[in-house]
Design a protein around this ligand. Structure first.
Ligand SMILES: C[S@@+](CC[C@H](N)C(=O)[O-])C[C@H]1O[C@@H](n2cnc3c(N)ncnc32)[C@H](O)[C@@H]1O
Length: 242
């Protein structure tokens, strides 16, 4: 979905063709870092995460390290480019992470976050639906965890607060299904549905709703069946702002 969104680009920041030191915070499976290292063989890329779930076999210019992005950053080198993606509910204080990124960059370096918000609709069509109710419950439950899924719209202001200049925000939409008249958005809607059909709602909701909101499995299952149906309704024009 990121590839489609960014027209197959791995980044939007104007980093030039020869970045030397690149950091991918909270790299997950390392899929972005691997693609980046292959595309920029001159760069030395580091991917960090709390979990060592990355593949053992990687490009020779890529290393993975276990570290918490909210702890002190101890890298001896400065970076030309720092990247983070799909981290909306990872950091108790995104601003403090952005400050660390600012300090860790070489002069003229770039920092880029790629992330998505909870769904909304511009025409009120999500209002009163189970899908709309689900967004409210996810928002409440993530707030209980201390990492609310409401931080992304603040990123640009926090970049500026952290000291960055030339802050640019590019916005996209990930529709809930293929309701959009825009061809690229219809494709992204199909991918959203593919994720939902592979239990995305259950993956996001189960622990949050049962431990933070006290729901039973039966109550959750019944509710998610209605949310699932709403995601497939072409008259509900929901999308995640990206
Ligand atoms: C949704 S995944 C994103 C993976 C990757 N950025 C991508 O776009 O493919 C979130 C990742 O963030 C990691 N994570 C969460 N909090 C973190 C932290 N404080 N420091 C480092 N990694 C963290 C998780 O372990 C998980 O692998």
């Amino acid at each position: 979905m990121w590839s489609i969104t960014l027209d197959q680009k791995l980044h939007l920041a104007p980093i030039g063709s020869n970045p030397q030191h690149v950091l991918d915070i909270a790299t997950g499976t390392g899929i972005w870092a691997i693609d980046f290292a292959e595309q920029y063989p001159s760069a030395h890329v580091i991917g960090t995460d709390l979990s060592a779930i990355q593949p053992a076999s990687t490009p020779s210019n890529l290393t993975f390290e276990l570290s918490d992005a909210e702890d002190d950053w101890l890298f001896p080198q400065k970076f030309d480019y720092i990247h983070g993606r799909t981290l909306a509910t990872c950091f108790a204080s995104p601003l403090s992470v952005f400050r660390k990124a600012f300090e860790a960059l070489a002069p003229g370096g770039w920092f880029e976050m790629q992330d998505m918000c909870l769904q909304r609709s511009d025409d009120g069509s999500m209002e009163g639906s189970s899908l709309g109710e689900w967004q409210e419950h996810v928002q409440a439950a993530t707030a209980f965890t201390g990492v609310p899924w409401t931080n992304v719209p603040h990123y640009a202001a926090w970049f500026t607060e952290a000291g960055f200049d030339s802050v640019t925000e590019a916005t996209f939409r990930w529709p809930s299904n293929q309701w959009s008249g825009n061809r690229k958005e219809r494709l992204l809607g199909a991918w959203t549905q593919a994720q939902i059909n592979n239990n995305m709602l259950e993956s996001i909701s189960t622990r949050l709703f049962m431990t933070k909101l006290g729901w039973s499995q039966a109550k959750l299952d019944a509710f998610l069946a209605k949310v699932n149906a709403d995601t497939k309704n072409p008259n509900i024009h929901a999308y995640s702002p990206v």
